[in-house]
Design a protein around this ligand. Structure first.
Ligand code: ZN
Length: 198
């Protein structure tokens, strides 16, 4: 019991109380449920990984977006989380590829540039610059304080890396202070279309 509580406590947003409650729930639930849960955890680690190019969650590396011949590989949209890709895909107005940061800069939360997947974006752009491979990087982080700080940081790094790449920021059709995860398709489409040089 202590072992399970200890493991659950390592999950984000789970404190001691919740970990205990979850552990007791598992204890009381049918054997098959617990089996399915542990199998789902084992399977995700066995079959899913992060794409070595864009950091999206994928079962094949590189992922489907990065190897797609019909998508514009010269246009890269930078998002905070893999779930943000679905929000942008729903607009059906974006045909470029992605780069997932897995978070935003947060001095208070102890998240610095090293904790985010920024390094391989810069490598992508630097390598692309030689083969003139990437034309534009769209910074589609949320218009929150952290999202803006992250966009500013990446923009500065990109300009240092390549003078050829165009850096743009989505328009604030996404309500200020909100997360792009909750943006509807129309809002998201307008904010992509209204992007400006950054
Ligand atoms: Zn990829």
């Amino acid at each position: 019991m202590a072992r399970l509580i200890e493991e659950l406590r390592k999950l984000p947003g789970i404190g001691s109380k919740t970990a205990q409650r979850l552990a007791f729930h598992v204890l009381r639930s049918p054997g098959e449920d617990a089996e399915r849960l542990s199998e789902a955890i084992r399977e995700i680690k066995k079959h899913l990984r992060l794409c070595s190019i864009c950091n999206n969650i994928t079962d094949v590396d590189p992922c489907g977006y990065c190897t797609s011949a019909t998508r514009n590989q010269r246009l890269v949209c930078v998002v905070e989380e893999p779930t943000n890709i679905a929000t942008i895909e729903k607009t059906r107005s974006y045909n470029g590829v992605y780069h997932v940061l897995h978070g935003t800069l947060s001095p208070i939360g102890g998240v610095g540039p090293e904790q985010l997947r920024i390094a391989n974006l810069l490598t992508r752009v630097a390598e692309g610059a030689d083969r003139s491979g990437i034309d534009e990087v769209i910074l589609a982080t949320s218009p929150t304080t952290e999202g803006e700080a992250t966009a500013f940081y990446i923009s500065a790094e990109l300009h240092k890396t390549s003078s050829a790449v165009k850096v743009t920021r989505i328009a604030t059709g996404v309500p200020a202070g909100s997360d792009i995860e909750y943006a509807d398709e129309v809002t998201m489409m307008r904010s992509l279309e209204g992007r400006r040089e950054f």
